[in-house]
Every structure is written in C-alpha cells, then in structure tokens.
Design a protein around this ligand. Structure first.
Ligand SMILES: O=C(O)[C@H](O)[C@@H](O)[C@H](O)[C@H](O)COP(=O)(O)O
Length: 175
C-alpha cells in the first residue's frame, strides 16, 4: 500500500496479534461499522458491503482469497469475514472475505499468470461443465458478481488452455 497515495487511516489491516478467530471477528466488526456509517456502500440484494473493487489472484488449485476447493468456508452465507485453520497452503491459519461479500462488489478483478494456472482458468471460465464436478466447482468459478462486473487479467500462459484463442483474440480480450 506504500506505493499508492492513500491515507494510512483508510487502510484496515488484519490484527495479526490476535487469534485467527478473533482477527476475523474484529475485521468483520470494523467492516460492519464502515457499512453502518456508509463509508462502504451496501448491496441492494443483501446486507453485504458493496466494495467498489475487489482484486483477487488465483492459485493453481483455483482458490481465491483464502477460499479453497471443497472447503466449508465456501458455503457461508451470513458471515462477511471468516477464518480457517487448515489451509492446504501455508500459512494454515488465515482470515478471508466470504463469497457473498466478494460477489456483492461492483467490480471484481482476478489476476492469474503462469502456465500452472491454465487448467484452473479453463475450469473457472469455460462455458461447458465438461470435466467439472458440478457439486464442487472451483472457488474461482463461484466468483459471480450479483450486480457487478468481473474481469480476468491473464497472461498468455495462464490463458493457454482456453479454446480457439488466436493471438489476435488474445490481444483484444486480455491486454
Ligand atoms: O497464499 C495464498 O493464498 C497465495 O499466495 C495466493 O494468494 C496467491 O496470490 C495465488 O496463489 C497466486 O499467486 P501468484 O499469482 O503469485 O502465482
């Protein structure tokens, strides 16, 4: 955040001195206060905060934020912030926004680079459900803004499993 002109008082950091459970509770409390005074807007379809932009990167397993495939955190409907203690990737303890919050944003950008992301990109954006376990979609595929825009930013390697992607189409769609 040092690289962008933003007041330090406008940055809300995770309390890494607390337990992960308390850190999640504290973080959700802060966000609820900001929604109450409308510093953060509220979604019209639920009571979730409506962020202007949520920027995500995606892991090669299709995780976004700290929402990992087949994890029960993906099912949460009422919590805005949750914690996990069993992340398949280090560190094991993390806090994360939940899908209802992510999907309430006005704009969501997902960044994926590198060939190790190619299969997950394909599974996340492909129209066809071939080869996908519909009961356990990738977290990245579950990013579906209810009233907002989703844009993927891919390099050529991450886009390499997408079908019929000519160099021209790639230039137009992804650069
Ligand atoms: O611990 C994590 O959850 C990861 O660090 C994750 O947040 C990361 O951003 C993605 O896995 C993509 O990482 P790259 O874009 O660096 O490959």
């Amino acid at each position: 955040m040092r690289q962008v002109p933003i007041l330090s008082g406008h940055v809300y950091s995770i309390n890494d001195g607390a337990t992960v459970e308390d850190a999640a509770t504290d973080y959700e409390f802060v966000i609820r206060q900001l929604v109450k005074i409308r510093t953060i807007g509220v979604s019209e379809s639920n009571d979730c905060p409506k962020f202007d932009l949520i920027l995500l990167s995606m892991g090669s397993d299709g995780h976004v934020a700290s929402l990992f495939p087949n994890h029960q955190a993906l099912e949460l409907k009422d919590d805005w912030v949750t914690y996990i203690t069993d992340s398949p990737q280090p560190p094991p303890e993390r806090i994360t926004f939940t899908l209802p919050v992510i999907n309430s944003a006005s704009n969501i950008a997902i960044l994926a680079t590198g060939v190790d992301k190619a299969n997950a990109v394909h599974s996340a954006v492909s129209d066809s459900s071939d080869g996908l376990d519909a009961a356990a979609p990738l977290p990245a595929r579950m990013v579906q803004p209810t009233d907002g825009k989703l844009v993927w930013f891919l390099d050529k390697a991450a886009a390499s499993s997408l079908e019929a992607l000519s160099d021209d189409a790639y230039q137009q769609q992804h650069l």
